[in-house]
Design a protein around this ligand. Structure first.
Ligand SMILES: Nc1ncnc2c1ncn2[C@@H]1O[C@H](COP(=O)(O)OP(=O)(O)OP(=O)(O)O)[C@@H](O)[C@H]1O
Ligand SMILES: [Mg+2]
Length: 279
């Protein structure tokens, strides 16, 4: 049975003044998906996803979230369904302690004080920041502030979590921590939509990829399908991970699917090379 749709975008058009940024975008996201949205700078990725929680409303077309058209909904109402972690966490941190920051959104859900406290504690633990609950958010690193913003979203337990470039400005360890955390949330049933410029992260974590180019969807398919179709990526000025380029370039009959990770490449190539060559 196909999962229910959590976000439906129909013929979405959006402009800033007379600058048309989204040009008839159509897509449906189903519950439980793990979707990457990619495309060059200015392609319209953030503008598109800001429609998912009602921060932007369509100029024409429709965006339906949790069965309701966003133009009829308040942002606070949509926040129950769709949590949004901004490209720059500093745009969403306003309080003088990490704990207050994380509690802010969840306090608006009409829950008991105890439930709010439990949710905040759980969210801080999930992002590994419980020992910083009394810290001033701006004393933390950028990577930690990004995780405070993620915790604030987690505490609200939205069905869908949108992350706009969650790993920018983080070192490798912080980046993998965030991605692994997001992966666990997806395994627990949350729908994940993340924007990234990092094709290696798309390859390793996403299942579906939407390529946006100048406000239009160029491709919307499984990661395997998009990553074996380099023309689309060329058109959108994106570069495949080196390991995927290597596999695609070999065009060997025994290589039936693109390499998405070094482990996959290793496991496929090792027997082809007689076992010893890359040991
Ligand atoms: N508030 C705004 N007012 C006017 N123009 C804007 C505004 N926000 C974005 N734009 C313009 O709209 C276009 C799409 O921007 P958007 O931020 O959606 O792109 P993006 O794909 O998220 O890019 P990036 O990868 O750089 O984050 C760009 O040309 C941008 O300059
Ligand atoms: Mg953006």
């Amino acid at each position: 049975m196909k999962a229910h749709s959590v976000i439906k975008v129909e013929d979405l058009v959006y402009s800033y003044g007379d600058h048309r940024v989204l040009k008839n975008v159509n897509l449906t996201v189903h519950a439980g998906e793990f979707v990457a949205i990619i495309g060059e700078n200015g392609a319209g990725k953030s503008t598109l996803t800001r429609h998912f929680n009602g921060l932007l409303k369509p100029l024409s077309g429709r965006v339906v979230v949790g069965g309701e058209e966003t133009k009829h909904c308040k942002v606070s109402q949509l926040a129950r369904h769709v949590g949004y972690v901004f490209q720059n966490p500093d745009h969403q941190l306003f309080h003088n302690t990490v704990e207050k920051e994380v509690a802010f959104g969840v306090k608006n859900l009409g829950l008991s004080t105890q439930t709010i406290q439990d949710r905040v504690a759980e969210a801080l633990q999930a992002v590994g920041l419980d020992e910083y609950r009394d810290s001033y958010p701006y004393d933390l690193s950028k990577g930690q502030r990004q995780r405070v913003a993620l915790a604030a979203v987690l505490a609200m337990r939205p069905e869908v979590i949108v992350l706009d470039e969650p790993t920018t400005g983080q070192d490798y360890r912080e980046m993998m921590q965030i991605m692994e955390m997001i992966q666990v949330l997806n395994q627990k049933g949350h729908t994940i939509i993340f924007i990234t410029h990092d094709m290696a992260l798309v390859a390793e974590f996403a299942k579906r990829v939407i390529v946006l180019c100048e406000g239009k969807i160029l491709q919307d398919d499984s990661v395997e399908a998009v990553f074996t179709c380099p023309d689309f990526l060329k058109q959108s000025f994106l570069e495949l991970p080196s390991i995927t380029q290597l596999g695609n370039g070999l065009s060997h009959p025994e290589i039936s699917a693109p390499f998405l990770t070094v482990d996959e490449a290793y496991n496929t190539l090792k027997p082809l090379l007689g076992g010893e060559a890359i040991d």
